[in-house]
Write a protein that binds this ligand. Structure first.
Ligand code: PEP
Ligand code: MN
Length: 355
């Protein structure tokens, strides 16, 4: 086990994904914070988020209100009963957040990418008992994400969770940050007991992507959502395009189909045994194919032929790509599968040729 964990134990609404954290990107004014919080609480939300210190890509943007905003968060807690959460990036942020009674801390994507910053945050959390959520680093590096979680865990924080907020990329055609779902899926496989929360706001960067991304997170068995919600989204001082009003958020959440990861029925067991049998056949076929490849390797050696024959390789990719379309598979998928198979054939033939 890579982490020593206890349950996050965050409040949840039975009808909703087990945990929903909602609130504005940034705490802007006391009025904006209170108006948003009261509306969210009225819709049944239990955890309020707001950024007090904002990491901005370039200088000159709104960098958050800092300590001035912390009493507003305290008011939210006192007047609505919601738990409060904010981002911390330095030991000073941790100290101030704790001083004003913030209930949950999260570490942002720019901070989790930096082991020095993570270690100094971890040091400042020694002896503190508070839930901490660690966003994925901006770069798609699972080990760096796990390392950031381990640093906080080694400081004694056991109520730990991960937030998937997507990964920076030059390609911003659809998403602000590419979801690359295979990364949080691999995190789940490696550390099954670690809760993973999806942040559709920073993945999508656009209001219309919030609902489908929330549903996708539910379909994949994520443990909760953190969504940016503002009383007047168009006027938000940061991330205006991706924020939704509390009313819209409530509507989005009401439409979500929440699925259960642990149910197994007779129906699914039968389908899975079919899959197991097919996988078995696939493996046997692959082994058979490799035996023929090795024979070809011997033949090539005897006849002094090169292992790689580019025209033959192209022929395989083209044939199988065309066949894929006819079988309802994507040609890109077929190309990837055959690239891997071919790579292994070449490796085995090289062994034979060099014996
Ligand atoms: C945020 O949650 O407002 C934020 C700054 O997120 P990220 O660290 O994912 O960019
Ligand atoms: Mn934001």
């Amino acid at each position: 086990m890579e982490l020593n964990l206890q349950s996050l134990n965050l409040p949840s609404d039975n009808e909703r994904p087990s945990c929903v954290i909602a609130g504005p990107c940034s705490a802007e004014t006391e009025e904006q914070v209170m108006t948003t919080a009261l509306k969210l609480a009225a819709k049944g939300c239990h955890i309020f988020r707001a950024g007090v210190w904002k990491p901005r890509t370039k200088p000159g943007g709104f960098e958050g209100k800092g300590e001035e905003a912390l009493p507003w968060m305290k008011r939210v807690k006192d007047e609505t009963g919601m738990l409060t959460a904010t981002e911390v990036a330095t030991p000073e942020h941790v100290e101030l957040a704790l001083k004003y009674g913030i209930d949950i801390l999260w570490v942002g994507a720019r901070t989790s990418a930096n082991p020095f910053a993570m270690q100094s945050l971890a040091d400042s959390l020694q002896g503190v008992d508070i839930p901490v959520l660690v966003k994925n680093p901006v770069n798609p590096d699972l080990e760096l994400w796990i390392g950031a979680l381990q640093r906080i865990n080694q400081a004694g924080i056991k109520r730990l969770g991960a937030i998937h907020r997507g990964f920076s990329s030059f390609d911003k055609k659809i998403y602000r940050n590419l979801p690359m779902w295979q990364i949080p899926i691999e995190l789940r496989r490696r550390i099954p007991e670690l809760p993973i929360i999806c942040d559709p706001s920073h993945i999508g960067g656009r209001r219309d992507l919030i609902a489908p991304l929330c549903q996708q997170a539910m379909d994949l068995g994520f443990d909760g959502l953190i969504v940016e919600s503002h009383c007047n989204p168009d006027e938000a001082w940061s991330d205006a395009k991706q924020q939704v009003s509390p009313e819209i958020l409530d509507y989005i959440l009401s439409l979500l189909v929440v699925r259960d990861e642990h149910t197994t029925t007779e129906g699914i067991r039968m389908l899975r045994s079919q899959i197991d049998e097919l996988d078995n056949q696939l493996m046997e076929l692959l082994a058979k194919r490799m035996r023929v490849c090795r024979e070809i390797g011997t033949y090539k050696k005897e006849h002094n032929m090169t292992v790689l024959q580019a025209s033959r390789y192209n022929e395989i990719l083209e044939k199988r790509g065309a066949q894929a379309s006819l079988c309802g598979l994507s040609p890109e998928f077929a190309a990837q599968v055959f690239e891997h198979i071919h790579e292994e054939s070449v490796r085995q033939q090289l062994e034979i040729v060099n014996q």
